[in-house]
Design a protein around this ligand. Sequence first.
Ligand SMILES: [Zn+2]
Length: 132
Amino acid sequence: MEDIEVQISQNSGNMTSGLMTIRKWPLAERRSRAFKRTFKIVGTVYACSLVGLFVHILLLVILPTLFLTTIAAVPMFMKFLGEEVTFSEVKGPCSYCHKGVKFRPYLDTKFGTEMTIQCPECGQTTKAFTTA
Ligand SMILES: [Zn+2]
C-alpha cells in the first residue's frame, strides 16, 4: 500500500489535490485474486439460478444467463488479472457537499490516468486524475 497525490476534478472545472491509496499486486497474488473475484461473481449467478429448480418457467431466462456467465468468466478473469495496480480510496475535498471525505472507487478499482470515484457522504461521483 502506498499513497500518491492525485487531482480531483471539481464541478467548477477546477482541480484540487487529494491523496490516493494504491496497491500493487504481484502476479501470484493477482492470479489468486482474479480467481476469487471471478468465482464470486460466477458463483453468485449460479446460486441465484437455483431458484429455477423450483420455478421452472424461469429456466427460460436462467439457462441463457448461466451460459453467458460461463462464457464471460474467461474475459472477466483476464480483466481482473490485468489489474496490476488498484486503488482503494482517495482522501480529499468533495465539491458537492464541501466535506473532506474518503472517496470510494466507483464501479472499478483499476488504477489508471483517469478514475471515477464516489463521495460516501452525498453519493456524487467525480473524477480523479494522476498527476504524472
Ligand atoms: Zn460529497
